[in-house]
Design a protein around this ligand. Structure first.
Ligand code: NAD
Length: 378
């Protein structure tokens, strides 16, 4: 597989901004990667140890995802270097200080990410009137509550029926991670006739070849327990889900969980990447050689940002779901068709499609340059 993008290239990053406000205890980075398609959208990640490189990689991933989804938005990302579990009042003050600091970075529209949630985004919106992923009570569409990304994952899986030997009706599904993405992917796939045969969370995997009951798993999680506390089912360690006997595998938790150590033992015929970067480059090559179809992350998990974009432009929840269905079906088909026609992996096909779109979009944007206004790529 060829990685066609590097961290700094023709496409970006356009801006890297370091924010340091000792009085507020605020250290943060904002990366606006590319705005050819419009102002960038990307989450605010709060963690004590995120590097500039990670922020830049995540911002580029948002450029790819937003372009691939055909949104009028480029990609960006921000990180606040702090412990997300800090006391509530401190967190609110820090987020509000961050919001004030980014007020003039108008080509960056922040959303939620690890360590921030819709309440944090409500504080940002209160400060600068520019944020997505807001609570319903102030006009937002709570994308995790409605399962926007999990819904898109199920739509992508259905689109793959035309390109591999898997039919959702009766398909055995294994899901790693039972959070916002995983549990809704399970729900929507089961509505399409699939059977949930393995589910994991950070504490373990539970298996049942005859099918697990979704309601029992949801009740366990709501009670603060692990899916592996399910009585009467076979239980294994948390990574065992990756090599479970199944037709469809949905990684919906951590990065790099499919790697050179386990890619040869994956039993699934179809992998739909709910998580971001759940497989290493080498593992994806092994899967491709083995004939396992993989719908890459920035195509398959775009439901959340599509929902955020619909919210930003004043749409409703029903409109968001309709747009996700339309875009995920169309984009999965375009990528899988190109991959099948040209014999490359779906990720290589997706990279080529997005790169072509970026090259087409860049001249549409007026970039400033020495001696006057013009296109940066002319
Ligand atoms: P979440 O925090 O709601 O859920 C994560 C789940 O993964 C939890 O059930 C947790 O127990 C489980 N988990 C953690 N470590 C694990 C391990 N080692 N083995 C098995 N399970 C483990 O997070 P989420 O919002 O569902 O996001 C999951 C992934 O999807 C992340 O990579 C995220 O970046 C990506 N993603 C999320 C969205 C979205 O809309 N929420 C959109 C695009 C991509």
């Amino acid at each position: 597989m060829t990685d066609v993008f590097t961290l700094a290239d023709t496409f970006g990053p356009e801006k890297v901004i370091h924010i340091n406000n000792p009085a507020a205890g605020l250290r943060a980075i904002v990366v606006v990667d590319n705005t050819a398609a419009g102002p960038s959208i990307g989450g605010i990640r709060m963690a004590p140890d995120v590097s500039l490189e990670e922020c830049a990689r995540l911002a580029r991933a948002m450029t790819l995802k937003n372009l691939a989804a055909g949104l009028p938005h480029g990609g960006g990302k921000s990180v606040i270097l702090a412990d997300p579990a800090m006391p509530g009042v401190e967190k609110e003050n820090l987020i509000r200080a961050f919001a004030s600091a980014i007020e003039q970075i108008k080509d960056y529209i922040p959303g939620p990410d690890m360590g921030t949630n819709e309440t944090c985004l409500a504080w940002v919106h209160d400060e600068i009137s520019r944020a997505v992923g807001l609570p319903r009570v102030i006009g937002g569409i709570p994308l995790d509550e409605i399962g926007a990304t999990g819904f898109g994952v199920a739509v992508a899986a259905q689109a793959a029926e035309g390109y591999c030997d898997v039919r959702l009706e009766g398909a055995a599904v294994a899901i790693q991670g039972f959070g916002a993405v995983g549990k809704h992917a399970a729900r929507f796939l089961m509505e399409k006739g699939a059977k949930l045969v393995a589910v994991s969370d950070s504490r373990g995997t539970v298996f049942d070849p005859d099918g697990l009951q979704l309601s029992e798993l949801l009740a366990l999680k709501e009670g603060g327990k692990s899916v592996s506390d399910l009585g009467g089912a076979q239980v294994g360690h948390s990574e065992a889900v990756i090599t479970a006997q199944c037709d469809i595998l949905i990684p919906a938790a951590r990065p790099d969980v499919i790697n050179e150590g386990n890619a040869s033992n994956v039993k699934a015929k179809l992998i739909v990447q709910g998580a971001n970067i759940p497989a290493t480059i080498d593992a994806e090559e092994i899967l491709h050689q083995r004939g396992i179809l993989v719908i890459p992350d920035f195509i398959a998990n775009a439901g959340g940002v599509i929902c955020a974009s619909v919210e930003f432009h004043g749409g409703t929840e029903n409109q968001a779901m309709a747009v996700i269905a339309e875009k995920l079906k169309h984009n999965s088909n375009v990528v899988l068709k190109q991959a099948c026609d040209s014999g490359v992996s779906p990720r290589d096909a997706a990279n080529e499609i997005v790169k072509a779109r970026l090259n087409e979009a860049m001249p549409l944007k007026r970039f400033f340059k020495a001696g006057g206004l013009g296109s940066r790529v002319s």
